[in-house]
Design a protein. Structure first.
Ligand SMILES: *[C@@H]1O[C@H](CO)[C@@H](O)[C@H](O)[C@H]1NC(C)=O
Ligand SMILES: *[C@@H]1O[C@H](CO)[C@@H](O)[C@H](O)[C@H]1NC(C)=O
Ligand SMILES: *[C@@H]1O[C@H](CO)[C@@H](O)[C@H](O)[C@H]1NC(C)=O
Ligand SMILES: *[C@@H]1O[C@H](CO)[C@@H](O)[C@H](O)[C@H]1NC(C)=O
Ligand SMILES: *[C@@H]1O[C@H](CO)[C@@H](O)[C@H](O)[C@H]1NC(C)=O
Ligand SMILES: *[C@@H]1O[C@H](CO)[C@@H](O)[C@H](O)[C@H]1NC(C)=O
Ligand SMILES: *[C@@H]1O[C@H](CO)[C@@H](O)[C@H](O)[C@H]1NC(C)=O
Ligand SMILES: *[C@@H]1O[C@H](CO)[C@@H](O)[C@H](O)[C@H]1NC(C)=O
Ligand SMILES: *[C@@H]1O[C@H](CO)[C@@H](O)[C@H](O)[C@H]1NC(C)=O
Ligand SMILES: *[C@@H]1O[C@H](CO)[C@@H](O)[C@H](O)[C@H]1NC(C)=O
Length: 320
């Protein structure tokens, strides 16, 4: 029938809308990290993941308790488990787009987990050494996005400086290609590697450590991460067998309101008949299932809009 096909096409437009916000749940029961993970996976989605400072603030605000609580971050110590990340949240590090000096990275000085740039070429370097560094400021005040800081700090200190006074350490090839960045020699830039992994497998590069040693690796026996709510939520590492409260997360339901104006090519189809309307609903649900999308549909009658042409208006929102 003509009219049902027409509806599917309209629905297709709203298919790809996704809601990025995670909802955090504080669980005030003491559990080991593994037990907490099991609890979250059974009752929510997983232990809490945090992708940037906005997420971090929302996690903090989801409880009034000032305690130390597990988050979904676990370290797997060992040189081979390290992975490179850009410091700026949301940028994906691509192993194919790197500018290593020949012979680098080489862990020449032991564990070299931070990135030093000289004449555009990269070397891995121990994070505890002090160098000048370049900050990126997204607010572009006075048309200036990049700031060479003319004194020396360790890499973690430099990251903290940039995040507090600007946005982050300079991150991503697009930023590095800016003419005002090219001048820097022997400067820290926003690349690091570590062995921390998110419980749900995401590759978020965001780290919010209180103690700089944690940035580089879990301390041998402390391979699970906590947020210290009495220290502005800064993270620490702890022995996974300790029992602590924890944060779970889940993804809110996605709710779409789609306005459809129905018209039938075949005049014998009565669009006011609830049975007809219900058949259409069932067909739509089946169509979504065939596409691998699990949906629950219902009709809501909206004020009529007088219009002879076919149209659809969409409203999309994250359900609270
Ligand atoms: C932080 O991450 C969330 C999702 O993880 C995203 O919706 C939000 O836009 C991000 N905020 C910033 C400032 O990047
Ligand atoms: C899920 O939550 C219920 C209570 O809310 C709890 O009894 C149950 O043990 C939890 N699941 C796991 C695996 O911990
Ligand atoms: C990197 O290059 C390899 C081989 O050229 C390719 O198979 C892979 O998909 C590339 N990875 C990314 C992230 O582009
Ligand atoms: C910033 O740059 C734009 C053009 O690139 C220019 O029109 C504007 O005046 C500049 N603003 C400042 C504060 O320098
Ligand atoms: C950096 O500071 C030193 C003195 O500490 C000064 O001699 C030098 O000119 C400065 N460089 C830049 C680029 O400002
Ligand atoms: C921010 O900049 C000020 C002035 O340069 C400096 O004193 C302060 O230490 C910086 N913040 C951090 C976290 O380094
Ligand atoms: C850098 O960004 C911060 C906000 O992140 C802003 O308050 C500050 O004024 C900016 N400074 C410069 C020099 O652009
Ligand atoms: C995370 O990165 C690794 C290595 O770059 C890759 O194999 C993996 O598929 C990524 N995981 C996700 C969820 O993107
Ligand atoms: C780490 O654990 C091992 C045995 O599991 C123990 O011998 C060692 O003392 C622990 N180290 C620290 C710093 O707690
Ligand atoms: C009727 O449909 C046309 C074409 O889709 C549209 O431009 C117009 O705004 C609609 N009128 C009303 C009242 O919604």
């Amino acid at each position: 029938m003509q009219w049902s096909l027409f509806l599917f096409i309209l629905m297709g437009q709203s298919f790809f809308f996704t809601c990025h916000l995670y909802v955090y749940h504080f669980i005030g029961e003491n559990k080991t990290w593994d037990e907490a993970q099991k609890y979250c996976r059974e009752n929510y989605t997983d232990l809490a993941i945090v992708s940037n400072m906005t997420d971090m603030e929302r996690l903090r605000k989801s409880t009034e308790t000032l305690t130390e609580a597990w988050i979904g971050l676990h370290s797997y110590p060992g040189k081979d488990n390290r992975r490179w990340y850009w410091s700026l949240p949301g940028l994906k590090f691509n192993e194919n787009q790197t500018r290593w000096e020949s012979g680098e990275p080489n862990d020449n000085g032991g564990q070299e987990n931070c990135l030093l740039m000289n004449n555009q070429k990269w070397s891995d370097y121990p994070c505890g050494y002090k160098f000048r560094f370049i900050c990126y400021n997204e607010t572009k005040q006075f048309n200036k996005s990049f700031h060479l800081i003319n004194y020396t700090l360790t890499w973690p200190q430099a990251q903290r400086y940039c995040r507090e006074n600007h946005t982050d350490l300079v991150s991503g090839l697009d930023q590095l290609d800016d003419n005002s960045v090219k001048s820097g020699s022997y400067v820290w830039i926003g690349v690091f590697r570590d062995t921390w992994r998110w419980s749900d497998g995401r590759n978020f590069s965001f780290r919010n450590w209180e103690y700089v040693e944690d940035l580089v690796d879990g301390q041998s026996n402390k391979t699970c991460a906590t947020t210290m709510l009495n220290r502005a939520g800064k993270w620490s590492s702890a022995d996974c067998n300790e029992e602590k409260p924890f944060f779970c997360y889940d993804v809110p339901l996605r709710k779409h309101l789609v306005r459809l104006t129905l018209s039938a090519e075949n005049p014998s189809v009565n669009l006011k008949d609830p049975a007809v309307i219900n058949i259409m609903l069932k067909q739509l649900e089946k169509k979504f299932r065939d596409e691998g999308v699990s949906v629950k549909l219902s009709w809501r009658k909206l004020p009529e809009i007088q219009n002879n042409t076919k149209e659809a208006q969409r409203e999309e929102q994250c359900a609270p």
